[in-house]
Write a protein that binds this ligand. Structure first.
Ligand code: SF4
Ligand code: SF4
Length: 144
């Protein structure tokens, strides 16, 4: 997993920590960085991130289709899987044949979103609202 240097690099919230990298903290010599670190890179670079307005959503999934970073995704869950979940985790009854036993939610990953707002513009039903990341980062990350 990431060492302290890479954890500082990946977060814009690291503040002055970015100036505190120490070569001695890198685990190997020779300038080697492990491959595949983008899979765990979470930067929260967006100024605003979309928040789902469930009351308007028709479950068309267009928002997820247009996102270049797969940062907003539809989720299906059985009611039993939602027990004990975080507060405010709103769901809808899922639409579609064979989905009678499932709840539906559209959820953004605030750490992966770039704030491009493609999904907000593409949504045909005004079901996504861009909000300042400072207001929603913690709760939306919990929901993700
Ligand atoms: S594009 Fe809008 S209406 Fe369609 S699933 Fe996404 S949020 Fe819901
Ligand atoms: S704002 Fe852009 S990056 Fe973020 S979820 Fe929407 S389409 Fe994806």
């Amino acid at each position: 997993m990431l060492g302290p240097n890479l954890r500082s690099i990946r977060s814009r919230h690291s503040g002055t920590a970015i100036f505190k990298w120490r070569c001695s903290l890198f685990p190997t010599s020779g300038g080697f960085v492990p491959p595949g670190t983008t899979a765990v890179e979470k930067r929260a670079i967006a100024a605003t991130v979309p928040v789902w307005k469930s009351e308007n959503c028709t479950q068309c999934n267009i928002c997820s289709f247009v996102c270049p970073h797969a940062a907003i995704r539809p989720f299906l869950a059985e009611a039993s899987e939602l027990q004990g979940g975080p507060g405010g985790y709103t769901t809808l009854q899922a639409k579609g044949a064979g989905l009678e036993g499932f709840k539906y939610r559209m959820q953004v990953s605030p750490y992966d979103c770039t704030g491009c707002q493609l999904c907000v513009v593409a949504c045909p039903d005004d079901a996504l609202q861009a909000k300042p990341i400072e207001q929603v980062l913690t709760i939306e990350d919990t929901h993700w």
